[in-house]
Design a protein around this ligand. Structure first.
Ligand code: KE4
Length: 430
């Protein structure tokens, strides 16, 4: 596969951008190759600067549920742009999108737009602390909520871990108020939340984990989480940056019928432009400045172009049958993917819900961070390299989700299955 131009861009990029990329996972370090530079993307296809074309299962890490460059989204951006790209003042598009988001997501009475998922989760945690007057944030091993200091905590040794810095530059006294405990473990969850020594402000959870690879929660775990946080006056935050408008119009909370106190959104709601959001009950949200004392702000929050793109995207996903069709297509694909793996005798575990899935190279069920870490990342890297060279773009990490979009048709999916079969054959022979 020709990569001259990508290589040249990467060399130049490394001179002026750390690691040559603006987000670490894009550097493809964990899959042992250099990144390809994208020239354009349309539908489910991505074209790199050397003219190579790929069937895309990354979808910009989730936003591209309609596929790339959807005509309605592009038209909305082109219509908004000549009217101005940023006002620093409220505009009608923000109200329209806020009304649509609140109408779509069951637990939302009010929503505040920001410019990334990180801003959304960071602000939601601050609001929970301000609203409860408590300090501790509980998260789960393997869940990722963006790069705000208090979330860069990795599980330390033992089962209940006081946060230890997950990155240099995050001072101990920031993370001492973050606890990371195992996902899907009801006993440890109850022991932690009932520990009277802990002044817990909130629990933040990915209602389906996407950042250790896809891990679907036991419904009893999520329900217990909801019951305990309600009983103990702890704010429950669903980080639906991935699952929002992905798993259903109302996200995981609609799919599972469990409503959080606050919800964080991102990715899909911006139609590919930088939008994040956090929202919830008026009683909590009215504590946010300027109505309340909890401060949060942003120059580009509610950006008119991003609002226009988000509105165009949401109007399409709200059309009758959108999620049924995506579910049917994703099920068709995942069923055959699992069969290909079984035939090739390559030990894999496929975790899927809706149109998000991860094929773990492991023999044991993946139900939490510990079991996810048993996956064979070398085998995944080999699979990634074989697939990219045969025109299928997967996430450059075993611990991410693959996404099916409305733009993938049966031919695209059949080609991906054929390429998977030949890749698994090579793996089983290696
Ligand atoms: P951003 O700040 O990257 O917009 O969103 C942070 C975030 C928050 N919550 C969840 C559940 C997320 O998945 C993310 C970001 N997701 C990663 C990939 N899984 C973004 C890719 C990247 O870091 O480049």
């Amino acid at each position: 596969m020709k990569m001259d131009k990508s290589s040249a861009y990467f060399e130049k990029a490394c001179q002026v951008i750390p690691g040559g990329v603006n987000s670490p996972v894009r550097a493809c370090k964990s899959v042992g190759c250099d990144p390809l530079f994208v020239a354009s993307a349309k539908g489910c296809m991505v074209t790199d600067v050397d003219g190579n074309e790929f069937i895309d299962f990354v979808g910009s890490w989730g936003p591209m549920i309609l596929g790339h460059s959807h005509p309605d989204v592009i038209a909305a951006i082109c219509d908004a742009a000549p009217k101005g790209t940023s006002f620093g003042a409220p505009c009608p598009l923000e109200v329209e999108l806020a009304e649509l988001v609140c109408d779509s997501v069951p637990s939302l009475e009010k929503v505040r737009f920001v410019s990334s998922g990180t801003e959304a989760t960071m602000s939601a945690a601050r609001l929970a602390r301000g609203y409860t007057g408590r300090n501790i944030v509980v998260k789960f091993d393997g869940c990722y909520h963006g790069h705000a200091d208090s979330f860069l905590v990795k599980a330390g040794s033992g089962v209940i871990t006081l946060g230890i810095p997950g990155s240099p530059g995050v001072p101990d006294d920031i993370v001492k108020n973050t606890l990371s405990i195992p996902y899907n473990n009801v006993e440890i969850l109850e022991a932690t939340l009932r520990d009277a020594k802990l002044d817990i402000a909130c629990v933040i959870v990915e209602p389906v984990a996407g950042n250790m690879g896809v891990v679907v929660p036991e419904l009893a775990f999520l329900q217990k989480l909801r019951d305990l946080t309600s009983e103990l006056g702890i704010v429950l935050i669903f980080d639906e940056v991935i699952t929002g408008f992905r798993l259903a119009l109302g996200g995981a909370q609609e799919r599972f019928g469990i409503l959080p106190d606050l919800t964080c959104l991102g990715k899909i709601i911006g139609g590919g432009l930088p939008v994040g959001a956090y929202g919830g009950r008026k009683e909590i949200m009215d504590n946010i400045a300027p109505d309340g004392p909890v401060y949060q702000a942003g120059t580009l929050s509610g950006n008119p172009l991003a609002m226009a793109a988000g509105l165009a995207m949401l109007k399409i996903v709200r059309q009758a049958g959108f999620y049924d069709e995506l579910e049917e297509k994703s099920d068709w694909f995942a069923t055959r993917l699992a069969a290909v793996a079984a035939t090739a005798q390559v030990p894999t575990v496929l975790n899927r819900i809706g149109s998000m899935m991860t094929c773990f190279f492991t023999e044991t069920p993946v139900t939490d961070f510990e079991s996810a870490m048993k996956a064979d990342t070398e085998r995944y890297a080999q699979h990634f390299r074989q697939m990219i060279s045969s025109g299928v773009w997967l996430a450059p990490s075993q611990f991410e989700a693959a996404f099916v979009s409305a733009a993938h048709d049966r031919n695209h999916l059949k080609k991906a299955l054929d390429m998977t079969e030949s890749s698994f054959k090579k793996i089983s022979e290696s």
